[in-house]
Design a binder for this molecule. Structure first.
Ligand code: R2B
Ligand code: URA
Length: 309
């Protein structure tokens, strides 16, 4: 098992290394990160990634490329942002861009897709000996009682029963992991949002589902096994449990980061208010602008941490 490298200075722990929780990893001569098309033998991971401090993940490959190009400008880095290289170009499963100390990666849609990516990302950060890394999921979501365009910083990532936990089937048995996120990072993000004063932002619980349609109580899928009233009743219960948005990756993201000692936050924009409908009716331009909001917030957070604001 990899040592937990925490150096204590006074009462403060600094230099937090990424902890993998798998005793078999250290016995392997080579680790092939198959879905990234990277390996410990063919790539010098400490040299490529050792200076990473911020990892931003999001569903769409185009959006994460746009985010990397945006960060390039925000950090005033040299070189042409249009020539930014996809580190995972050997595969089309995920894309990955490095911009100074920031890594931008796509994860696809849903728990299985992001979970595969996170296994390989956490191993990558471990092999690269990264320290003090903060992870952000930047995403879209359906708002619960919120105006479209509102940004939600996740307090607790909760499951379909509004419990702050993630269930994983391992060897045919269900194991449950906590989905608590880093409170300090969330409140720092809220502070950043009030300094930016550009769009409404709230802290609330985020419900993670395994489906976009029936799983989120939509009436507009190919299948629908409940009534309009039952949908509204479920959303009302979710609201009462503190849920302010619904998406499809937050619980596994929170759970895996927590187990591996990584500080993490989830920031998603609400594309619609689910009490008012199910279809996403905003124009392309409006949706593009909404999706930039979590990016603007996280970029401000990063610049502030780096002393660039
Ligand atoms: C938000 O948007 C996607 C579904 O449209 C899904 O990945 C999510 O969490
Ligand atoms: N993503 C979701 O998962 N749900 C929505 O309603 C919108 C985006």
């Amino acid at each position: 098992m990899a040592p937990i490298l925490l150096h204590c200075v006074g009462n403060e722990y600094i230099e937090q290394h990424v902890q993998v929780k798998n005793p078999y990893l250290d016995t392997m001569e080579e680790d092939i990160l198959y879905h990234f098309s990277l390996s410990t033998k063919t790539h010098n991971l400490p040299e490529m990634f050792g200076d990473i401090k911020f990892v931003c993940v999001g569903g769409s490959a185009n959006r994460m490329k746009a985010f990397a190009q945006f960060m390039h400008g925000e950090l005033k880095l040299s070189g042409n942002p249009d020539e930014i290289q996809d580190i995972c170009e050997g595969t089309d499963r995920y894309c990955m861009y490095k911009v100074g100390p920031v890594l931008s990666i796509s994860h696809g849609m849903g728990v299985p897709s992001i979970s595969i990516m996170l296994h390989e990302l956490i191993k990558l950060l471990h092999h690269a000996q990264c320290r003090d890394v903060v992870l952000f999921r930047l995403g879209t979501s359906g708002g619960v009682g919120l105006a479209p365009g509102t940004v939600v910083i996740t307090d607790k990532a909760v499951d379909y029963s509004f419990r702050p936990q993630f269930e994983q089937v391992v060897l045919g048995k269900v194991i449950t992991r906590s989905t608590e996120l880093d409170e300090g990072v969330s409140s720092e993000l809220l502070q950043c949002s009030s300094e930016l004063n550009s769009f409404p932002t709230v802290i609330g619980n985020t419900m993670c589902t395994h489906d976009f349609y029936e799983g989120q109580g939509r009436l507009d899928g190919a299948l629908c096994s409940f009534s309009h009233e039952e949908k509204l009743e479920y959303l009302r219960k979710a609201y009462e449990a503190g849920v302010r948005n619904i998406e499809m990756e937050s619980t596994v993201f929170a759970a895996m980061c927590r187990v591996c000692g990584l500080k993490a936050a989830v920031i998603c924009v609400a594309l619609l208010n689910r009490f008012e409908g199910d279809q996403i009716t905003a124009s392309h331009e409006v949706l593009v602008e909404y999706q930039q909001r979590p990016q603007i917030l996280v970029s401000y957070f990063i610049k502030k941490r780096l002393g660039l604001t």
